[in-house]
Design a protein. Structure first.
Length: 339
């Protein structure tokens, strides 16, 4: 489960936006990652065709509480923490303790969930927690018509319940969909569903075919056409559409991003995800991406995040990521031909 498709900040003021834009244009890294994803579990209650969870050679277990505490205690800059790995976070028996522990230390806490809760009480517990943002992965809203992706009638009911009962827009809710060939109508329905129940935004991402080459996705021309239609629908419905390859944010953020998006991505020279993001595995290993469990840059159980972030191994990876990532194009602008 890929969390946080949005890798562009919402600035507090114009100066912040200008400085961050300049840093990204010249790839001037922050001293430490501002976004940290912690793999709290790899266990899941869904089996989605495009999910590589069972072929990544990772142990399907929950993160130990003591390891979790050690990792979070190493994060001292009020980072944005996403409590999600290749699994369903609300299966972890201490997920709400984890949210509380992070919030007590001043972090912004986000979660990506498939919305298929194992207990009826989870929706209420989410509303009573101090969770800042929750993203639900769904690829359609008509159970019989979605053959590839996250879908279940119970999921839609859970999402709508949380959206309806939350107070003053907390937690913020986003929907996240992956685009499959011939399934653009499913995406349009997700956008309309999100607008109807009042969520803040819809994220759209490409499917990764590395572990499931039989899956099909639109060509570059088709992808762009679908974006413009989806953007038109989102504008009509009054919901924000974030699509890393085309546009993110609103107003000035969106304007600058669309104007500079290829330059911000260094035309594929660097992966945008590695600019201010790090993934921490169940064992405390720091990796550049959720898809690279064996590319270990250091371990937070006995190391320091800033040192790991700035070490020679991590810097070498950023400059030579294609040696490891091959034709992956999930976080770059242009599609890369894998044939």
């Amino acid at each position: 489960m890929i969390a946080g498709a949005m890798f562009w900040p919402v600035p507090k003021n114009m100066l912040t936006l200008i400085l961050d834009t300049l840093h990204r244009l010249f790839y001037i890294l922050p001293l430490k990652p501002r976004q940290v994803q912690i793999e709290i579990t790899n266990r899941c209650n869904m089996d989605c065709p495009m999910c590589p969870r069972e072929v990544l050679d990772i142990e399907l277990e929950h993160m130990d509480w003591n390891k979790f505490v050690t990792v979070v205690d190493k994060l001292k800059e009020r980072e944005k923490i996403t409590l999600t790995g290749w699994g369903e976070p609300f299966l972890h028996p201490r997920i709400f303790d984890m949210i509380t522990y992070c919030k007590e230390r001043g972090h912004r806490v986000m979660i990506t969930s498939n919305g298929l809760f194992s207990k009826e009480s989870i929706a209420k517990e989410i509303l009573n927690s101090r969770l800042d943002e929750i993203t639900f992965s769904i690829d359609g809203v008509e159970d019989n018509n979605v053959s590839n992706g996250h879908t279940s009638n119970m999921v839609y009911e859970n999402i709508e319940k949380i959206a309806r009962l939350r107070e003053i827009g907390r937690p913020s809710i986003r929907l996240q969909a992956t685009l499959h060939e011939g399934c653009e109508k499913d995406l349009y329905n997700v956008i309309r569903f999100g607008a109807r129940i009042g969520v803040e935004a819809v994220n759209v991402g490409r499917i990764d075919r590395k572990y499931a080459p039989e899956l099909k996705r639109p060509s570059p021309v088709e992808e762009e056409r679908i974006f413009y239609e989806a953007d038109h629908i989102a504008n009509e419905c009054g919901i924000r559409l974030d699509w890393l390859q085309y546009a993110v944010g609103t107003r000035m953020v969106r304007f600058f991003y669309r104007l500079l998006r290829k330059k911000l991505h260094q035309s594929g020279k660097y992966c945008l995800k590695t600019f201010d993001y790090a993934y921490v595995s169940r064992e405390g290993n720091v990796t550049p991406c959720c898809l690279l469990p064996e590319v270990k840059m250091g371990n937070l159980l006995d190391g320091d995040l800033q040192t790991i972030w700035q070490n020679e191994k991590f810097n070498h990876f950023r400059k030579n990521y294609r040696d490891t990532c091959g034709s992956c194009d999930l976080w770059v602008i242009d599609q890369v031909d894998s044939d």
